[in-house]
Design a protein around this ligand. Structure first.
Ligand code: NAD
Length: 553
């Protein structure tokens, strides 16, 4: 009997019946097949007699999920459910996003990637390896779906804050695409996770007998570029409607690939551009509290990588919209990396840091940099736990009535400070957001409810909007529109309790609105591939997948 698992197309001429149907995750309803469907589709006797509702099935999954002792076991349960019954999987995830997002994505997905070769059960996504040079297009044609709209691709070199995980990094595109569907209703049939396996510099992995990737050092230079180029060109040919999202590439390749492709195909890099939009949205919210213009802020990032430069670039664009020159806007953004303050004249400065290397004496101490530059906002994107010390935050509180403190590094163990520390060390005056979730903080008779500056507020809606209007490019203006739209979803009541983002439970509505805003930018810029509908928001909503069973009898 052929494997009717997730790699088998459901759009085949003869729809599956009986036992095969129960193995097709896209069509399977399990115990929810109705009496009529059981008769019509040869299922009688293959299922227990009681016909369940989708809600009953969700209850059963959640009961089983909550019984498991650790997050990785829960991840494996959800992965198995996705392989068995896609509708039920997305219903569970959508209804219990707060509980399941940390399982299907960070932080648990990090552990799942580390253990990829050990917990592996069934294939999902496409593996393109260095051995496929010259035949990448034929590899892509093996994918059973033709209408691919969203590709998330990684080479596994910088997986979350965990470094080079080689082919194990496949867990990230899989998780990210699950969020496209759960958070924005991007149809799962259009989602394609891709791992470009160029080898790994992780010697421990190469020595692991259960490692599933190429056991060779990473390709570099022209060989690397040729393989990635071949993939992108083949993807354009085989899946002409697909948006390509670059994910968790190492610094040196991430910036290069984005620069090479952003004006040639419909693509973006979430680590750089999605992070930027979510952070800038949080800044917009904070400025609603301080009632100060953006153009009078001074930003100091701890970290000078993909997130820091992406955020700084978008802040500059926003300040230019407020009337500053690009030069004046850049002068308000400072970076501080592992060698200290990024200043003009520093030797061997990486290309992406140069726009923010301003004239200043070198400084190795971060708190000193705060004292001297007097920033209104600190943005932590260094993955250095405790990077915002008590002295740093007390300095910020001396300089500012309402210091803006974003500790965005993930996972929780890497956060620059905790929510408790941010509020306690600033006398409850911090406007705080974090990359990882923190519980509400009671302090001085008030309870602060910090929320996550989580990319999941941004990239699903950007993808949704770009798909809905068949965008030909993803531009900075689209991320700016996404940031403004996200900020507009923050209520005054949210701000009063210290929340700079809306609740995660509203993410589908947020995504629909971001989708409409992104599509509007595409239409205005002549970058849309369809005629402009009268009601963009309604049009975007109509394209959203909802996890419900459709009659099969
Ligand atoms: P990256 O590797 O590109 O950059 C890390 C930067 O930190 C580098 O510039 C490095 O020089 C700097 N750094 C390292 N040690 C330092 C030290 N001791 N002092 C100061 N700087 C130091 O990584 P990235 O993609 O920019 O991500 C950075 C962090 O931000 C990660 O923890 C990531 O999880 C987090 N992040 C969070 C979100 C979110 O949604 N909240 C989004 C993207 C990234």
């Amino acid at each position: 009997m052929p494997d009717a698992g997730r790699l088998v197309p459901t759009s085949s001429a003869v729809p599956p019946r009986g036992a095969l149907l129960l193995r097709d995750p896209r069509l399977n309803k399990g115990t929810a097949f109705t009496e009529a469907e059981r008769d019509a589709l040869g299922l009688r006797g293959l299922l227990p007699p009681h016909v369940c509702t989708l809600d009953e099935q969700v209850t059963r999954v959640m009961e089983n999920l909550r019984r498991l002792p650790d997050p990785l076991s829960k991840y494996i349960l959800l992965e198995a459910l996705q392989d068995r019954n896609e509708t039920l999987f997305y219903r569970v995830v959508t209804e219990h996003l707060d509980e399941t997002m940390p399982l299907i994505y960070t932080p648990t997905v990090g552990a799942a990637c580390q253990q990829f070769g050990h917990i592996y059960r069934r294939p999902r996504g496409l593996f393109i390896s260095a051995r496929d040079r010259g035949r990448v297009e034929s590899v892509l044609r093996n994918w059973p779906e033709r209408e691919v709209t969203m590709i998330v691709v990684t080479d596994g070199e910088r997986i979350l804050g965990l470094g080079d995980l080689g082919a194990n990094g496949m867990g990230i595109p899989i998780g990210k695409l699950a969020l496209y569907t759960a958070c924005a209703g991007v149809a799962p049939a259009g989602c394609l996770p891709v791992m470009i396996d160029v080898g790994t510099g992780n010697a421990a992995l190469r020595a692991d007998p259960l490692y599933l990737g190429l056991r060779q050092p990473r390709l570099t230079g022209a060989d690397y570029d040729a393989l990635v180029d071949e993939f992108i060109e083949a993807a354009q040919c085989v899946f002409p409607r697909a948006i390509v999202q670059f994910e968790d590439f190492g610094n040196h390749n991430a910036f290069r690939l984005l620069a090479r492709w952003r004006d040639r195909i419909c693509c973006f890099n979430d680590d750089i551009q999605g992070t930027a939009a979510v952070a800038v949205a949080g800044i917009f919210s904070a400025l609603r509290v301080t009632r100060q213009p953006l153009s009078q802020q001074t930003f100091l990032c701890l970290g000078a990588g993909e997130a820091a430069t992406g955020i700084s670039d978008l802040l500059v664009a926003a300040m230019v919209e407020e009337g500053l020159t690009p030069q004046a806007a850049r002068a308000r953004c400072w970076l501080f990396d592992s060698q200290g303050l990024v200043v003009a004249g520093r030797e061997a400065l990486a290309e992406h840091k140069r726009p923010f290397a301003h004239p200043h004496a070198p400084l190795a101490d971060f708190t000193q940099a705060v004292e001297q530059l007097k920033p209104t906002a600190l943005i932590g994107v260094s993955a250095v736990a405790g990077g915002f010390t008590q002295a740093t935050l007390q300095a910020m509180a001396r300089i500012n009535a309402r210091p803006i403190i974003f500790a965005l590094s993930n996972p929780t163990s890497r956060a620059e400070c905790s929510a408790q520390q941010a509020y306690a060390w600033t006398g409850g005056r911090a406007l705080f957001a974090s990359g990882s979730p923190f519980a509400p903080v009671p302090l001085g008779g008030q309870t602060f409810v910090p929320r996550q500056g989580n990319n999941s507020y941004i990239f699903p809606g950007v993808g949704l909007g770009a798909i809905a209007c068949r965008a030909t490019r993803i531009t900075e203006a689209m991320f700016m529109a996404a940031a403004r739209t996200l900020a507009a979803q923050v209520s005054d009541a949210d701000l009063v309790q210290g929340s700079l983002y809306p609740p995660l439970s509203q993410v589908r509505e947020v995504s629909a609105r971001i989708g409409a805003a992104v599509a509007a930018v595409a239409f205005d810029a002549g970058l849309a591939g369809v005629a402009r509908p009268a009601d963009l928001l309604d049009h975007v909503r109509q394209t959203m997948y909802t996890p419900v069973y459709r009659s099969a009898a």
